[in-house]
Write a protein that binds this ligand. Structure first.
Ligand code: PLP
Length: 453
């Protein structure tokens, strides 16, 4: 699609609508000349060049990529109106779009019933899930794996709830034996299962976690902020994605997924969904200055945030019209990312200068230089050097990220590594652009050159 022309159509569409109202003029205090704007814009555009090239296949670092052009066109056109999805008074059209897009997300997870909304981030979406956890089980703790996102322990602190980190198994997944033993004590009211950890993309065994939690009267929240859209590949041939944890999400109590990660959206677009719509009662509040145009549900009545960008809902809705959250829609994008991770993992497994840290479960590949001597210190130093030199190479750069792992985690997976210190940085690449599939051999060759230099 020709983004330039669609952006211009977006401006036309909004101006056409505006022209159906009586003529008006912007206030003089807001007027600036094109010359003034050109000056400011030139320096602004220059400042933007200080970014890393998230759009480019040579960027294989963090969870970052530009949104789909359809999302950009939808966001910018809606932003010209700037609706606020807090209430139907503030964003009647985009609030409806939000409800429809959220229903599509619920359908993607197979939820038979749901109550949910978009949020500005995965952090806020998880905060909401933990808030409901606290209201339903006051005084009881929240358990999450030691590899869960730091937001869980932090938000437990914010909510005044005890947070307990449960050890992980040899693949970075929540350890079921340790969870069972912890829950037997009766202290825990909610277990957080992560479907795609931030560091390694490990998928906690949601089905087994659910069975253990239910046996002990605990709830289950699934943090699928990063991994959630991989449910579209559950059981797909040749991609090695075990369907069991993904299918179990439908029976869990809540789930978070971030369209601003794998849903092709700009920041900030997270989402939280609850299986039981009745939890809406915990959001009840008085608002004498809003909720006046309709008796229908206003999204602010089921959300902790007040103002939220209607444009974010517009962008997601428009994207889903074209690439819906189905195996044949968005699923094709994720499948390419997954294939990229699998093919890089097999190259790494055969490399003489790089080692695969652990097989990727989704599209995060973890690896480290086979430094000599093979000690934690040497691996740490070589990983940091590869990161810096990869970015600094002007002609053939490669942009990676590092992951700090403990000595137990590294030597447990690779007994040949000497644990001469507590932890080390290894390398991590999130292959979240489908284009990665075509450049894996080149990325691998560049990393091998860096490792050998
Ligand atoms: C599993 C998981 N949960 C929560 C978050 C936090 O989401 P956000 O950065 O959108 O606040 C992340 C971010 O990477 C994540 O990977």
């Amino acid at each position: 699609m020709d983004l330039r022309s669609w952006l211009s159509d977006g401006v036309d569409a909004v101006e056409d609508w505006q022209a159906t109202f009586e003529p008006w003029e912007p206030h003089g205090s807001l007027l600036i000349s094109d010359e003034q704007f050109a000056r400011a814009f030139r320096s602004f555009a220059e400042r933007l060049r200080e970014n890393y090239p998230f759009f480019h296949p040579s960027y294989a670092g963090q969870m970052l990529k530009p949104p789909h052009p359809a999302a950009v066109a939808g966001y910018l056109a809606a932003m010209l109106i700037n609706p606020n999805n807090h209430a139907l008074d503030g964003g009647p059209a985009t609030a409806q779009m939000e409800k429809e897009a959220v229903a599509q997300l619920a359908g993607m997870f197979g939820l038979a019933t749901h109550l949910g909304h978009l949020t500005t981030s995965g952090t806020i979406a998880n905060l909401e899930a933990l808030y409901i956890a606290r209201e339903l089980h006051p005084g009881r703790a929240v358990a999450y794996s030691a590899d869960a996102h730091y937001t869980h322990s932090r938000m437990c602190g914010v909510l005044g709830v005890e947070g307990i980190a449960v050890p992980v198994d040899g693949g970075g997944r929540l350890d079921l034996g340790a969870l069972d033993a912890l829950l037997a004590g009766g202290r825990v009211g909610t277990v957080v299962a992560t479907a795609g950890t931030t560091g390694l993309g490990a998928v906690d065994p949601v089905r087994e976690v659910l069975a253990i939690a239910r046996a002990h009267g605990a709830r289950v929240h699934v943090d699928a902020a990063y991994g959630g859209f991989f449910t579209l590949l559950a059981g797909a041939e040749g991609l090695g994605i075990d369907p069991a944890p993904w299918r179990a999400i439908a029976d869990c109590d809540s789930v978070v997924v971030d369209p601003h990660k794998h849903g092709l959206q700009p920041y900030g677009c997270g989402a939280v969904l609850f299986r039981d719509p009745d939890v809406g009662r915990f959001y009840l509040h008085e608002s004498p200055y809003t909720y006046f145009t309709s008796d229908e549900l206003h999204l602010g009545e089921i959300s902790l945030e007040c103002s939220r960008a209607g444009a974010a809902a517009a962008a997601l809705w428009l994207t889903f019209q074209l690439l819906p959250p189905t195996p044949d829609g968005l699923g094709r994008v994720l499948a390419a990312c997954r294939r990229a991770a699998l093919s890089w993992a097999s190259l790494l497994a055969d490399s003489a200068v790089l080692d695969l840290y652990q097989p990727p479960e989704l599209d995060i590949v973890s690896y480290f230089p086979s430094a000599r001597p093979l000690t934690m210190s040497a691996i740490d130093e070589a990983s940091a050097r590869m990161l810096a030199e990869g970015m600094a190479d002007k002609a053939h750069p490669v942009f990676l990220s590092t992951l700090r792992v403990t000595a137990d985690a590294l030597t447990g997976r690779h007994p040949g590594v000497v644990g001469d210190r507590d932890g080390a940085r290894i390398l991590r690449s999130v292959l979240m652009k489908p284009e990665a599939e075509d450049v894996v051999p080149e990325l691998h060759a560049r990393c091998e050159r860096l490792a050998a230099s």
